[in-house]
Design a binder for this molecule. Structure first.
Ligand SMILES: Cc1ncc(C[n+]2csc(CCOP(=O)(O)OP(=O)(O)O)c2C)c(N)n1
Length: 809
């Protein structure tokens, strides 16, 4: 019979093998103790919530043996053992995560921003530049939405393929060594019910990428058993049709038991070798996995597991089974790995290691709080001494002092209450307390509110702008400006890839990539299946590995299929890792008015509200769009660019410095100077406003026309208020629903820029009707702002201001 001895490594001495097994056992025990003590930390109130990897230790140890430098993980909250086994987490880090320690050295995954069990490694140096990813073991940052790790997993795996296919990428050894890296996915069995799982699996099968997908199958999704989750209650059986055959590529599908240490070691060795060598995906269905403490600290599994299941879980507990296997080894192979006493000693030692780690992490976590508490208590007591509200102020100090484990909110709250209470008094100590609050405010802003986007020289906001240049008039279809511009960018930078539905062979439905596939090859300009969520994920994963993907979503209306992953994954990435991971992905799409309910969408309010952490560019034409692409390709920020669906065949003057000119983000353009009224818009409605402004001039109304150009960021230098200071009137126009992006612009300009001070007329927002736009030209006309409604809105405002000049129409 084969043994782990003969499978873990090709040639090992028994002593090596023995040491490896013992180390694995020690790690399994430590991980289990972390789960046990972690739960207690939550139940005793030291941590808010706990979700642990107990029951999943052995498969992760087996997987980690095959995890090499440069490889990537995209997993979920059960993977603490794997993170330790690949050397990317210590027990102290684990507890720091549980306590939400905001010190990044203690809690390197998210600096306390994500709940415990959400892992990551650091891809970036402190200045935001890439580390050498091929010299470390990598984990993309976890997110909580189940199966949300799947779309990016596809891109992480696909990146290897791109590096292997393109010889001119060989020099980028910081990102890949000829595409030899494997992307490891992990998921719970219940989460395979999500569409994202199936979409990713299908795409991985189509693309044939080095992805090893593990399903930890413990039979439940919280309380809901497999019979409600999975057809045939068996995910590998269900996916049998994906299995590769002699003449058809697909998945290699492997099954193994979660408590079978040698079986797991063998399985992962074979699975990963297959994926790495052949660039072909593997599904490892790990069955008979247990969950000894139930799903999380929120409840107990006795409520929903039968007595038989609970008994079975005790018997088939992986760590105990491992112990039995070690002890039985001698019976079968006549050689001893360890005695029971030795293993018991390891069990004891593991408990101590974990207890010590907990103590250390708690002390690391609490010490700064206690220091802050002491400073504030001392100051409040000092203020109390000479205060007319002495008793009340002292009470605040005493109450704060009595808290043995204070939070920052209690400390700040006590300081602020004291200042409120003594508002009519003044003393040195109060000034000191105020100064402390100012300092503390900025520290807390760094702890809790920073790093939404990078702010280094690669930030799109710091890329120097270059104006487009023109020589005479060379009017061409707008699409050609985009195409020629992309052509130059693709020639300059081999890291750029684009893909989407119809992007490859025909060069996009609007032909802005026409001929690009012939020129740059199928690898760089490619068609995808109809699968928006994984088109986005493909881009995220590739971008995390140093490539510069441009993911194309065919129409803005279909961005909704990808908005969840954009919002949950891409837009949060920099924030949730406190600046230690980035994914410089550009998403191209096209939208605004065309024809009908599903091809005219402009849900910009929804988009900008869900994509904080990305830039959202809304160019009015292709010249501006190309200028944004040039800026974004110099920067490392993730962005969405919404091109005007009706603009590809409009004539524009071809710039002479394609690939060079860069339009700045957050800087509106005033395209028409006026004195009576400021008209603010973007995208397709901006072009209508331009026409309307000419008609308004005929009735002696002078419009100042402002194209905001980007909604995120929005008018960073406050140009709009400057215009309103002059005109004292403003109308915001777009084709989103009422209360959508016009309301956002209104808020930005009135509240942030304080434009209300300069208004002589009520500000107006002019948006579409609340319903989706009806089909056809008339449907469009009666659903969205049009020449007449915009004209009337402006005229009405002027009439109200000066009825004798602008007589009622
Ligand atoms: C999209 C989404 N829906 C619901 C949840 C709440 N939730 C968290 S874990 C979980 C069960 C997951 O079960 P499974 O995938 O089997 O993984 P396990 O926890 O058993 O390892 C649910 C429903 C979530 N996090 N995300």
């Amino acid at each position: 019979m084969e043994t782990a001895e003969s499978t873990n490594k090709t040639e090992v001495t028994f002593e090596d093998f023995k040491q490896e097994v013992i180390a694995d056992y020690r790690l399994a025990r430590i991980s289990r103790e972390l789960s046990l003590l972690g739960r207690r930390e939550v139940l005793t109130g030291k941590a808010k919530f706990g979700i642990f990897g107990d029951g999943k230790e052995l498969p992760q140890i087996a997987l980690a043996k095959q995890f090499e430098n440069g490889d990537f993980r995209s997993g979920y909250y059960r993977d603490q053992t794997l993170m330790m086994a690949i050397g990317q987490m210590t027990p102290t880090n684990f507890f720091a995560g549980l306590y939400a320690d905001t010190n990044q050295e203690n809690e390197p995954f998210s600096a306390g921003r994500q709940m415990g069990g959400h892992f990551s490694t650091q891809s970036l140096n402190a200045d935001g530049s890439w580390k050498r990813l091929t010299e470390q073991k990598n984990s993309s940052a976890d997110i909580s939405p189940t199966a949300g790790q799947m779309p990016r997993l596809l891109g992480l795996a696909l990146a290897s393929k791109k590096f292997r296919e393109n010889d001119n990428l060989n020099e980028f050894t910081e990102f890949s060594v000829k595409g030899n890296e494997v992307a490891f996915g992990t998921i719970g069995d219940a989460s395979t019910s999500e569409g994202l799982f199936f979409e990713t699996m299908n795409a991985a099968g189509v693309l044939q990428v080095p992805m090893v997908m593990s399903v930890w199958d413990d039979g439940h999704g919280i309380s809901v058993p497999k019979r409600y989750q999975t057809t045939k209650e068996n995910i590998s059986e269900l996916l049998a049709g994906f299995e590769e055959t002699k003449d058809k590529a697909g998945f290699k599908i492997m099954k193994v038991k979660g408590w079978d240490y040698p079986g797991l070691c063998r399985t992962y060795q074979e699975a990963v070798a297959h994926a790495r060598k052949n660039h072909s995906p593997v599904l490892v269905h790990v069955e008979e996995v247990t969950q000894p403490q139930g799903h999380s600290t929120s409840g107990s599994h006795e409520r929903y597991k039968s007595k038989e299941r609970l008994e079975w879980e005790v018997e088939y507990d992986g760590v105990n089974q491992f112990k039995t296997w070690i002890l039985d080894y001698k019976k079968e192979y006549k050689k001893e790995i360890a005695t029971e006493e030795e293993l018991d000693a390891i069990d004891k030692e593991a408990k101590k290691v974990v207890r010590d780690a907990k103590k250390e992490a708690w002390s690391n976590f609490l010490t700064p709080y206690l220091q802050e508490q002491k400073i504030v208590v001392d100051l409040i007591q000092a203020i109390a001494k000479n205060s007319s509200s002495k008793v009340f102020v002292e009470k605040i100090a005493n109450e704060l002092a009595a808290i043995s484990e204070p939070g920052r909110k209690e400390i700040v709250s006590a300081a602020k209450k004291t200042i409120r209470l003594t508002r009519k008094e003044n003393c040195d100590f109060k000034q000191q307390l105020k100064s402390w609050l100012v300092k503390n405010d900025s520290e807390n802003a760094d702890r809790y509110n920073s790093y939404l986007l990078p702010s280094n020289e690669k930030s799109a906001l710091n890329i120097p702008s270059v104006a487009p240049t023109f020589e005479g008039e060379n009017l061409v279809d707008g699409r050609l400006i985009l195409r020629e511009n992309f052509d130059i960018q693709f020639s300059k930078n081999p890291l750029i890839f684009t893909f989407g539905e119809d992007t490859g062979k025909i060069g996009g439905v609007n032909q802005s990539m026409e001929g690009m596939q012939e020129k740059f090859g199928e690898s760089r300009v490619s068609d995808t299946g109809i699968r928006e969520a994984t088109i986005i994920g493909q881009g995220i994963g590739m971008a995390m590995r140093g490539l510069r993907p441009i993911a194309e979503i065919q129409y803005l209306d279909y961005l909704l299929y990808g908005i969840q992953i954009l919002s949950d994954d891409l837009a949060t990435l920099h924030y949730r890792t406190k600046g230690t991971q980035k994914a410089p992905l550009i998403v191209r799409t096209r939208g605004h008015r065309l024809e009908g309910v599903w091809h005219s969408g402009s849900p910009m309010g929804m988009i900008i509200n869900s994509l904080r952490g990305m830039h959202v560019c809304v160019p009015r034409n292709m010249t501006v769009a190309a200028g944004f692409y040039n800026t974004l390709l110099e920067s490392d920020d993730p962005a969405l660019v919404v091109e005007c669906l009706n603009g590809y065949r409009s004539k524009e003057n071809m710039p002479t410095n394609l690939g060079e000119y860069k339009i700045p983000l957050g800087v509106p353009e005033i395209t028409r100077v006026g004195t009576d009224i400021t008209l603010v818009s973007y995208g397709s409605t901006f072009n209508i406003c331009t026409e309307v402004a000419k008609q308004l001039a005929e009735v002696d109304i002078s419009v100042e026309l402002i194209d905001v150009q980007t909604l995120l960021p929005f008018d960073v230098n406050h140009a709009i208020v400057e215009s309103i200071k002059k005109t004292n009137r403003v109308i915001f126009v777009d084709e989103d629903v009422p209360g959508g992006a016009t309301a956002y612009m209104l808020d930005k300009v009135m509240v942030e820029q304080e434009a209300y001070k300069y208004l002589d007329s009520k500000p107006v927002t002019l948006a579409s009707k609340a319903h989706r736009p009806a089909y056809g030209s008339d449907g469009d006309y009666f659903s969205k702002p049009n020449m007449e409604t915009i004209f009337e809105a402006v005229y009405e405002m002027m009439h109200e201001a000066n009825p004798s000049k602008y007589i009622e129409i």
